[in-house]
Ligand binder design. Structure first.
Ligand code: HEC
Length: 191
């Protein structure tokens, strides 16, 4: 209705051009996406509490090796050394065209923010994790559950954290969070 009234007004004003201005109702000519629905799926999932699974074997040398590899590398393309057992450098993903393509696997690159034994050019946005076991685990200031939760979703005990969310976002799976935890709490070579 409103358009019609507007058109009427326009018609009286611009008699000669009214035909071209009001001839078609264009509102149905294209899709009107529902912005609220679209935003919903992009919203960051809420902070989530996790319990470290019983299957996490923190003493497993292979888990520690995987955690170390993911901690120090950005992705499978940049990683120079071969991936340790149980980890791959490339994953197959369906592209927009529906074709399955090999893509480098995303790793944690935790060294961008944390210093740790053997890190090269580590960042200092996050605290240093050097000597973590002796300083935090053996002193009981922290336990493996705390570390697991921190890596899975750091927002639970620090709402304003600058650390990345890894499990709630499905960036990594439970096993991978276990691997990171095992590495962080392990005894490491000083180099
Ligand atoms: C963008 C920077 C950033 C990245 C990337 C990052 N962290 Fe953090 N991390 C932080 C900051 C900042 C804190 C301190 C604030 C907090 O505890 O939330 C922190 C805290 C931690 C702590 C808790 C230390 C303690 O005892 O208080 C652990 C463990 C940890 N990070 C492990 C990791 C691991 C493992 C990764 C890689 C998967 C990682 N972080 C990636 C920034 C980062």
């Amino acid at each position: 209705m409103r358009t019609k009234i507007k058109c009427l007004a326009l018609t009286t004003l611009f008699l000669s051009t009214s035909a071209s201005l009001c001839a078609a109702d264009l509102t149905k000519a294209y899709d009107m996406p529902n912005a609220t629905e679209m935003i919903k799926k992009d919203l960051f999932p809420a902070a989530t509490k996790y319990t470290m699974p019983k299957s996490c074997n923190l003493n497993d040398a292979k888990a520690i090796a995987r955690g170390k590899y993911m901690f120090h590398n950005l992705n499978g393309k940049k990683a120079k050394k071969p991936a340790p057992e149980g980890l791959v450098k490339f994953v197959e993903k369906k592209g927009k065209d529906g074709k399955v393509k090999k893509k480098p696997k995303q790793f944690g690159n935790c060294v961008a923010c944390h210093n740790i034994e053997g890190a090269k050019g580590a960042g200092n946005i996050g605290p240093s994790l050097i000597d973590y076991k002796a300083l935090f685990i053996d002193t009981k200031a922290r336990d493996a559950q705390f570390v697991y939760q921190k890596i899975a979703d750091p927002r639970v005990d620090n709402a304003n954290t600058h650390m990345t969310v890894n499990l709630t976002t499905k960036l990594f799976n439970e096993q991978e969070i276990c691997d990171y935890t095992a590495y962080v709490v392990s005894v490491k070579n000083k180099k």
